[in-house]
Design a protein around this ligand. Structure first.
Ligand code: ZN
Ligand code: ZN
Length: 362
């Protein structure tokens, strides 16, 4: 079958035509025909050989972790799925270690050993292939009306997990705080989907990102009801004045300098969530004392979050239905273009532009 793979040793990224077609090997497995695979910054890093590890014994890694597919075959013990159903798979699989409480409790997103695998990223083939096989435990059924936007489920789960954690953290306040103001830093898919989750939860939300207006990301943000401010046009001091004291900052840019700048706008009892993984690693000078003082005197929380759990995928699928009804056409607008697998390299080169690019298997 056709698949998109990276070969780290020979530093090649290419379509392979003769990847072995996966077969069911346990009664709880499901064989899925891939429909769409979203491409994100992680894929760019993998295609740059800065990240990603092939499965043991393989010299290549099939990429792709943001997938939508159609069930073609189910094992004899599979319940709740049948051929023709649409599904999205989760990404991370638990480590084998008894001492890892996170994985043993079904939360590999909190794995403490680092021995987890991730499909399309870490020691497990991904979904950017004509077919994949997955255990039913890692698949989520997608309602048919979401066919054209469900490829956004996985990036949305990042925001779902983050907001779930914000709700837990708010319980530290002995009264019931109302959703207040939020700033989303970054306007890629994770940022814009985060803005949707925050708006849905009742936060008055501003998107703060690099590109000056007008641009398609600003257009999507403002159509949702989130004002868009460009950091090239509005400095952080001005953002502080315009947005007021901020209760939640949702960082989805992976730019450390901008992130610590925006930390300064976080208000009393505020929560700052990091989701971006910085690519460039230049040293950064910080006003450490001022930042620590701010965080202590204002009871602030700084939180990093990665990946997502079972329940976040369920929440994401429910939210996609809500978003679809509340903002018709907006999710579709976030998918900039659909491409054949042969165009993967072109998509991961920085020239692609737009918001979300998707590989399709016709
Ligand atoms: Zn991704
Ligand atoms: Zn673990």
């Amino acid at each position: 079958m056709k698949a998109v793979a990276v070969f780290p040793k020979s530093r090649e990224v290419r379509v392979i035509e003769d990847a072995p077609e996966p077969r069911l090997s346990s009664p709880t497995q499901v064989r899925v025909r891939t429909l769409e695979v979203g491409v994100c910054g992680t894929d760019k890093e993998i295609a740059d050989f800065r990240y990603g590890t092939p499965p043991e014994g393989s010299d290549f890694l099939i990429v792709g972790h943001e997938a939508l597919g159609e069930v073609v075959e189910v094992g004899s013990a599979v319940q709740g799925l049948k051929p023709g159903d649409l599904v999205v798979p989760r990404v991370r699989r638990p480590c084998p270690h008894e001492r890892c409480p996170a994985c043993r409790h079904g939360y590999p997103d909190f794995c403490i050993t680092g021995g987890y695998t991730e499909r399309g990223i870490q020691k497990a083939h991904g979904f950017c292939a004509q077919f994949f096989v997955e255990d039913v435990a890692y698949l989520h059924r997608v309602p048919a009306p979401l066919r054209h936007v469900a490829v956004l489920t996985e990036p949305l789960t990042i925001a779902e997990k983050a907001l779930r954690e914000v709700e837990h953290l708010k319980e530290r306040l002995p009264w019931e705080p109302k959703p207040g103001r939020a700033v989303v830093l970054g306007s890629g898919p994770v940022g814009l989907l985060g803005a949707m989750v925050l708006l849905r939860a009742g936060y008055s939300t501003t998107v703060y990102s690099r590109s000056p207006k007008p641009n398609v990301k600003a257009e999507v943000a403002e159509a949702l009801g989130a004002p868009y401010l460009s950091s090239q046009q509005v400095p952080v001091e001005e953002l502080r004045k315009r947005a007021g004291p901020v209760d939640v900052v949702y960082e989805a840019a992976g730019a450390s300098k901008a992130a610590f700048e925006v930390l300064k706008v976080l208000g009393p009892n505020g929560i700052f969530i990091f989701t971006g993984v910085p690519g460039r690693k230049e040293p950064l000078e910080l006003e450490g004392a001022a930042l620590l003082k701010q965080m202590v005197l204002h009871n602030q929380v700084v939180l990093g979050t990665v990946n997502a759990a079972d329940m976040d995928f369920d929440a994401a699928l429910e939210d996609l239905e809500r978003f679809h009804a509340r903002w018709p056409g907006r999710l579709e607008r976030m998918i900039t273009a659909r491409h054949p697998p042969e165009e993967f390299i072109q998509v991961v080169s920085d020239k692609a532009g737009g918001i979300k690019h998707v590989i399709t298997f016709g």
